[in-house]
Design a binder for this molecule. Sequence first.
Ligand code: ATP
Length: 316
Amino acid sequence: MKIAILTSGGDAPGMNVAIRAAVRYGIKKGHEIYGVYSGYVGLIKGDFVKLDHKRMSGIISMGGTFLKTARLEEFKDAKFQEKAVENLKKKGIEGLIVIGGDGSYRGALALHNLGVKVVTIPGTIDNDIYGTDYTLGFHTALDTIVSAMDKLRDTSVSHQRCSIIEVMGRNCGDLALYAAISGGAEILVTPEHKLSKEDIIASLTQYKKEDRTHAIVVVTEHQMDVFEFAKEITEKSKFTSVATILGYVQRGGSPSAQDRILGTRMGAYAIDLFDQKISGVAIGIENDRLVYLPIGVVINNKRPVNPLYKLVTEVS
Ligand code: ATP
């Protein structure tokens, strides 16, 4: 069978690992594997490249995605989706592996509904996809955040300051939550765990009274203007505060061992699913076992609130 593979939406460490596994294992299982450049953009342009074992050499440790990624609003339009199907048919490609986030899954479902055999792999640092404990890239981004937090703590301790650290995650607080636990933060603010500014200031005022010399507040992006809030904390709690937005540094870097294992397992599993004539599904990992669910179920459900939230307050 001819199978194409693409990466779409935000890049995530581990995408290359999943491509490598699907290509090498797929070829061993007798398939022809094609890469599509720049996600759905390449699909509508017919920008395909045949991939072989050698081309995968050395990419296991590379961050980003060598196939490039893109966002293409027009792909919501049926006309562009039909063009993509036409290009796949012209090449005789029957199967498609889409590595991306929630939006990319919607495009994948549209193609599935038009008769393409699609399997998706959750590739996003945000960990915001239903039906999987972890997305590809999450653990690498988490390691990057924790390493930055350790550095920021040094300055926070030396200057006896409060450090506010904004991390990515969109509408999912998992990156902030896991970072808060791993980095020993005192206060956590996420979309699932909102705290009023007054409550945060009250806690920090109390910490100051207890003679705590420093504090770390981790905040998911889009929750507040952290620079303004740092000024407000400094004025009202007497805890001098400085904000740092970690930004795109969280998206890059060599994938962690955990993401390399996850990407390899998911990439190979996609091939196994095609061989079992299963498609229209999204791969996940639950309790360390690979699972799959219909793509429609995955995009129409929200992840349950993480039970680890309790821990942050228990150990702060
Ligand atoms: P990340 O979570 O890292 O941002 P993502 O896959 O959610 O990744 P999006 O920008 O939301 O990123 O989506 C990627 C692409 O998927 C879009 O640019 C578009 O081409 C396609 N897409 C998104 N929504 C739809 C939809 N409803 N129908 C068809 N295609 C879609």
